[in-house]
Design a protein around this ligand. Sequence first.
Ligand SMILES: [Cu+2]
Length: 658
Amino acid sequence: MLTRRQFLRMSAVAGAGLFVPWGGIGCSNVETSGGPLDPTIVPKYVMPLIIPPAMPRTGTIVQQESEPIDYYEIAVRQFTQQILPTDMPMTTVWSYGSINHPSTFNYPAFTIEAEFNRPVRVKWVNDLKDADGKFLHHLLPVDPTLHWANPPGGTAGRDMHPAFMRTPGPYTGPIPIVIHLHGGHNAQESDGYPEAWYLPAANNIPSGFASEGTWYEFFKTEFFNKRGVTWEPGTATFQYENNQDAATLWYHDHTLGMTRLNVYAGPAGFYLLRGGDRDLLPNGVLPGPAPALGDPPGAKYYEIPIAIQDRSFNTNGSLFYPDSRAFFDGFGGPYIPGSDVPPIWNPEFFGNTMVANGRTWPFLEVEPRRYRFRFLNGCNSRFLILKLVTNPLATRPATPALPFWQIGAEGGFLPAPVMFDQLLIAPAERADVIVDFTGLPVGTEIYFINEGPDEPFGGGVPGVDFDPANPDTTGQVMLFQVVPLTASDQSTPPDQLVLPSFTPLGLATNTRQVSLNEESSTFPGFDGPIEADLGTLDGAGNPIPMGWDEDITENLTLNTIEVWEIYNFTEDAHPIHIHEVQFQVVSREEVDEDGDIRGPEPGETGFKDTVIAYPGEITRVKALFDLPGLYVWHCHILEHEDNEMMRPYFIGPNPPAL
Ligand SMILES: [Cu+2]
């Protein structure tokens, strides 16, 4: 299904006489998939929302003179799950689970419950193998022409942009993975650097393939030197110190040039950090509990994490993801040689079906009381504008029926609760929210809808600056059905809630300018996007776009507070994520105008790790960079991140040559 913008692009291409029917460049799963599934035939609100239980631990490591370590052994595996309603086919997905508890494999993954200052250590196992120990193929079409992990390149050609003489088909070899705890104050060896991936320890890895990324061995040695633990083949063990504010974090794959596909296939889960001063309410009580280890069956939860994702399916239930550039804008080639357009990669992807916690359009029975929801936008490209309404098909913009009270963002609590009629959440952002259903009659139906666009977001207002998402499909997310109250609500009304005291960062000692850029094709008659770049600025304020493997330009002094001025020279908004830190949003200002400087939006007044950089604007964020080493910053539109919109940065002296 084409969005308006895609249609316009396709028309333009066709009008230029360049539209070449898709000829196919290799294996495609279209023949066996039954073709794309029409989302309007998927019944809505027939399956309950799954509330991910707490991830069981493998054990506890007792240390002398310091806190014990919660230890997990978590694998990525392939399995089938009922994502579409039960009378429709099941879907093959990947996700995480505890290898000591085989029933815990679920998409999205079970929630890791972590405690302030008590480390979590995870042995992350790449178990993308079959029962015979042979590697599994990717579920989705991998474009091998990007700058990506590239295991077939061997140790000399891994993590590079491979050269092809002709257009190749999708990569069908073993799958590299590496896990990133998003928002974590992670030491470099535990951060999931995109070139620290590893293949499964399968018995048929083709000879000549690299089985680990460029940086795996370096971080493996570093982890051994620090912790005395050796990474076995097909695994990496990371440790999270949890020495940061209580927050809604999440974990997901971060492999170079494949993150869009590895995450779309399923692997992602919440990581909820609790405790410490920044989880201590001076008065009042938040809605709870959340799922905990050892809960009896049927336990009731009033704190619920909800991951919202867009997906498309084939009629056989399999996940659909485009296998050609032609899906995006009709450009059917030439690819290699002949043009600079990647043959399979799409500049953005918008699914036509909404999934919450691994089910399409689920419902949740709620009592007439307050709930705490931790929303995650887990979409690849889609910005969400969420609203609570009584009529899901109401003309957009719809009239809100209930407000959201936002109490936290990515890095923890806001200074004070903020009431919103609608909630804008960019990919990878989180919103910690109270919704008050108190007083609603039993049987009331509150629909959770989305008025963000079915196309790239550039800021602005639904219905004025862009068409809201299709009210029949991606314009709906889930349903809250009011059922009888089972016990009185002891939580504090959000307008009376005092949140933990907030201490802003001090003055910055350095300010740096960075840029966001889009590269267009130079193929005659076609100027579609072929990659997005980060970069710096020259003395005259012009962008200097830079690719992933250019020398490090962001080299910071350890323990300094810096302001980053993010200049967006593109036409779209990009959610920019900086690893290792939680930052404060300082201000926004138009690049070309002298004038208005806006402060942070009301929901941006706490600590964040991902910020919306609007087109044509400078977005300023401030952070304390207090861990040494090699990290990344990047756009969290996964299709952008995978095709050059990511850069390494280094904290401390002597950055490595890359
Ligand atoms: Cu981007």
